[in-house]
Design a protein around this ligand. Structure first.
Ligand code: NZQ
Ligand code: ZN
Length: 394
């Protein structure tokens, strides 16, 4: 195991009705004037926004609001938010929604105190040194942004999706009420589940030896998702299954399952080019990219893939031919994704083979290599995307 620091300072407030505590929590973390930031209307329709306002009002916290965040959140909304916060003297941002809404909130939080263009943080021109505090009321188990130091934003001009990471934008608190996720359409639930599993796989495929504790934690999260996802798709209001998925989503990405080991993240980086270009759901893009990446890199450590097949998917180990076991595990993953309604190839996602050179170019590998479980050159990324073009379940 490698040396590590584990820093997860967010207060997670979990369970039924807990959104009514958001006013008191904002106050606890020093907020006096809040920007309530939300998406394209689900929180209005469900009545959640009204409950949040009521809680803030009861705690005596003033607020302004800005809705309209779209999936794959745009820079343009963040500029609007920064201006509004400055004009209104906002000192705390409360995100009410999913990962897109949280990531937009994080962009605003670092943009308000910064003199330059907030996009500088996403192009590595500037480093985050200060940020407004953030709290979240989460409505979808997926991105893990409620406990992560990351924010992923799309620049509308050119549709380039880029990320920033800083402990300064980890939320002060995140309210996780599984009931709020019961209104999710099956497709969004499945996209979220895919993202959660992908966050674990990015950590599971490691070159670090002797990491039994985190291997086993990863496997537990994956097996939970395999059990609970079909359950919530069949019964959207199953609270217990929603609750297990919601906590799985947070632990999959606050790094508790990934400490002390090298990680990969190439599937994510490749996928961000897809959801940037096609504006598809991040989870759907991952369903197409990640099993294809697995097929391509499998022989880098075939025993690790065989381990996944046996421990996570219940395949039988073929000691004469571990490669066959590894392949079976990857096929189980694709089969599972298909069964929950995810696309598994370019056509099903709405992606085009002729865009592959553009996708590889915008990823920016150039003549270099991307580090990770297996180092990738531009040619490797092209090959992975080619596998994804007509991938199918065997
Ligand atoms: O906008 P509204 O009307 O709220 O509708 C949303 C949106 O259309 C809807 N929705 C959310 N909660 C709902 C609901 N509909 C009904 N009932 C509910 N309870 O679902 C749609 C998707 O929402 P979004 O916030 O986009 O989903 P998600 O949480 O999957 O976030 C995806 C974004 O997070 C980024 C992705 O790249 C993508 O841009 N990621 C962020 C990460 C991070 N910050 O750490 C890591 C991830 O790997 C990921 O890259
Ligand atoms: Zn993700």
């Amino acid at each position: 195991m490698e040396n590590f620091n584990f820093y997860s300072p967010t207060e997670f407030v979990f369970g039924k009705g807990r959104e009514m505590e958001c006013g008191a929590l904002v106050k606890k973390y020093g907020g006096t004037k809040v920007l309530i930031h939300y998406g394209s209307g689900s929180v209005v329709r469900s009545g959640l926004l009204d409950r949040v306002k009521k809680s803030l009002g009861e705690a005596g916290v003033a607020y302004v609001e800005l809705g309209g965040v779209v999936p794959n959140p745009r820079d343009t909304k963040i500029y609007e938010g920064i201006e509004l916060c400055r004009k209104e003297g906002v000192d705390f941002i409360l995100s009410v929604g999913g990962g897109s809404c949280i990531d937009s909130s994080k962009g605003i939080a670092i943009g308000v105190p910064y003199d330059g263009d907030f996009w500088d943080f996403y192009t590595r021109k500037a480093e985050v040194t200060t940020a407004l505090p953030i709290g979240t009321v989460l409505t979808i188990a997926a991105a893990g942004s409620e406990g992560s130091p990351g924010s992923v934003v799309t620049k509308e001009e050119g549709m380039l999706k880029r990320d920033v990471g800083s402990d300064l934008i980890r939320p002060r608190f995140s309210i996780l009420n599984p009931e709020l996720t019961c209104t999710l359409p099956a497709y969004q639930t499945a996209c979220g589940a895919t993202d959660i599993m992908a966050h674990v796989f990015e950590r599971y495929f490691t070159n670090t030896k002797e990491v039994e504790i985190t291997d086993r934690l990863c496997e537990a999260v994956l097996m939970t998702m395999i059990k609970e996802t079909p359950r919530v798709i069949a019964e959207p209001s199953n609270y217990e299954a929603r609750a297990n998925i919601m906590w799985a989503g947070t632990v999959a990405h606050n790094d508790i399952v990934g400490v002390g080991r090298s990680q990969d993240w190439n599937s994510h980086m490749i996928e961000h080019e897809l959801s940037g270009l096609y504006d598809c759901a991040h989870g759907a893009g991952l369903a197409v990219v990640m099993p294809s990446w697995m097929e391509y890199v499998m022989n880098h450590d075939v025993m690790r893939f065989a381990q996944m097949a046996v421990r996570v998917w219940g395949c039988e180990m073929n000691f004469e031919n571990p490669e066959a076991t590894a392949k079976e595990g990857i096929n189980c993953f694709r089969k599972f994704l298909k069964s929950i309604g995810m696309p598994i190839n370019f056509a099903e996602l709405g992606a085009k083979e002729e865009d592959i050179p553009y996708l590889v170019e915008t990823l920016g590998v150039g003549d270099g290599v991307r580090g990770g479980f297996m180092e990738l050159r531009a040619e490797d990324v092209t090959n992975i995307l080619k596998i994804a073009v007509d991938a199918k379940v065997r």
